[in-house]
Design a protein around this ligand. Structure first.
Ligand SMILES: Nc1ncnc2c1ncn2[C@@H]1O[C@H](COP(=O)(O)OP(=O)(O)OP(=O)(O)O)[C@@H](O)[C@H]1O
Ligand SMILES: [Mg+2]
Length: 457
């Protein structure tokens, strides 16, 4: 530095509009995110009640909770510090120490009352004072002034958000009109409830078929953390909503704005969406998934306990079957020919395993759901629908063709799942299907084998 050069110390300036502009750019929907982040902090604070007041007479949003509240240290060193967070636990939804920008700094002004402390602030400026002992509160009350009418209205309309959350918190919304009178009080109950677990192995999410919530909303995959909705993803093939409950640290899973997954989780999630879009009939079929949940032993369990014997009226315990009712499949099993199909199916799959030197244990079974001809569950359970086969009972050659066709299709799922970790009806799948068919597609030969099965059964 030359001797006559002058040096000035300064700081990067943060104008008041900075936070507001950043929030509008950062979030897919800053108004829903505003409600979500207020609620998220209260849920993490362990509250039992959460009240959201929309006061049209003052253009203020007030969030009240009866959670753990904050000490002055937490306020000064966590809440009102960029990137400051007090959440180290895996169970917390919050993790980034960023939401304060959206819930407090982005608007006209804010007031936070918690325990015996009051903070009054405007963007990054604030003052702190002690409350009168009579005014001490348990929990936290945040009052945010939203000067822009459009923003206030958009936030007021975000009430639906709570219907897609599933927590134990009692949520109340109060709207106060321009004259300061109470206009509307609503208590929210979760509308989207997880109903059926889809048994997919994943270290960061559990997947469920959700309750029926109406046509348009049914076409979404809802991603939640501790039951709080983070974001959703549209899928035109869905007839029932899918709920993804995430596991593990929010900091690792989500982008800071919590509007999407990050890094490898984004691609794993995309795989799930593609799978849902491709195999929606079997993946999102409530009856089918219920069956898989109840009946199919997990690989671990099978290893530990040995093959679980299922009570079915066929001799081999490895062969499982199901119908909507027990009576339904019992009736079907009375027909002798189903045994022939069973023996034939075992024969075909064993042949495939010999040809390809496959050591994997593939459990075989029947599925009686009219929406599918066959289904492969993971890499260990292959089901075919005997009713689809029975349709062709008058033409045995055609029947053999159909059985082979279904088995080859499901084996192509087996192979793609085993080698690629996922299975879509894409070109890779078709390639494998061709190879499998080339291995043993000979209807004449299998027709003779089927007759042998009939003779032996
Ligand atoms: N309603 C509340 N009750 C108790 N503590 C709260 C409340 N709101 C905020 N806090 C405290 O303030 C801290 C900062 O909150 P903020 O929402 O900015 O970040 P975060 O929740 O930690 O992370 P994220 O950015 O993911 O939301 C929290 O970690 C928590 O300790
Ligand atoms: Mg937070």
């Amino acid at each position: 530095m030359s001797s006559n050069e002058q040096q000035y110390e300064s700081q990067v300036a943060v104008p008041h509009e900075y936070f507001h502009n950043m929030s509008k750019m950062d979030y897919n929907n800053p108004h829903v995110a505003f409600v979500r982040e207020l609620f998220q902090n209260s849920v993490d604070a362990g509250c039992k009640n959460f009240i959201l007041v929309f006061d049209r007479s003052t253009n203020e949003v007030v969030a009240i909770d009866d959670g753990c509240g904050m000490t002055e240290d937490i306020i000064r060193n966590r809440l009102l510090v960029m990137g400051g967070t007090h959440k180290d636990s895996q169970d917390a939804i919050g993790a980034f120490g960023h939401a304060k920008v959206l819930i407090y700094f982005s608007w006209e002004s804010y007031e936070i009352r918690t325990n015996n402390i009051r903070v009054i602030g405007k963007s990054n400026h604030y003052s702190i004072s002690k409350l009168d002992p009579n005014d001490v509160i348990k929990g936290t009350v945040s009052t945010i002034k939203i000067s822009e009418e459009v923003d206030f209205d958009k936030i007021t309309r975000c009430k639906d958000f709570f219907e897609y959350c599933e927590t134990n918190v009692i949520i109340t919304r109060i709207i106060i009109d321009k004259n300061g009178d109470e206009e509307f009080v609503s208590i929210f109950r979760p509308k989207l409830v997880k109903e059926i677990c889809i048994p997919i192995e994943s270290d960061f999410m559990s997947i469920y078929i959700g309750s029926d919530i109406g046509e348009y909303s049914n076409q979404y995959v809802y991603i939640r953390s501790n039951g709080v909705l983070m974001f959703n993803n549209w899928s035109n093939v869905l007839k029932r909503p899918i709920v993804v409950e995430t596991k593990g640290s929010a900091r690792d899973l989500f982008t800071q704005n919590r509007d999407s997954f990050k890094r490898e989780y984004a691609s794993k999630f995309q795989e799930l969406i593609t799978r849902i879009n491709n195999d929606n009939v079997s993946m999102t079929n409530a009856a089918l998934q219920n069956f898989f949940n109840k009946n199919i032993p997990t690989v671990d369990k099978r290893k530990k306990d040995g093959e679980r014997k299922l009570k079915i009226p066929v001799e081999n315990g490895k062969f499982i079957s199901w119908g909507k009712t027990k009576a339904e499949w019992k009736l079907y099993f009375k027909k002798r020919k189903i045994k022939n199909i069973k023996y034939f199916m075992e024969h075909v799959v064993n042949e495939y395993k010999t040809f390809t030197n496959t050591q994997d244990d593939i459990m075989l079974g029947f599925v009686f759901d009219p929406s599918v001809d066959g289904v492969m569950v993971g890499t260990s359970n292959l089901f075919i629908n005997p009713i689809s086969i029975d349709l062709h009972r008058k033409n045995k050659r055609k029947m053999i063709y159909v059985i082979l066709d279904i088995i080859c299709h499901e084996l192509a799922h087996f192979e793609t799942l085993k080698h690629e970790g996922y299975s879509y009806h894409n070109e890779g799948f078709v390639g494998r299907l061709h190879k499998i068919k080339l291995l043993f597609w000979d209807v004449d030969f299998w027709y003779k084998e089927y007759k042998k099965c009939c003779a032996n059964s």
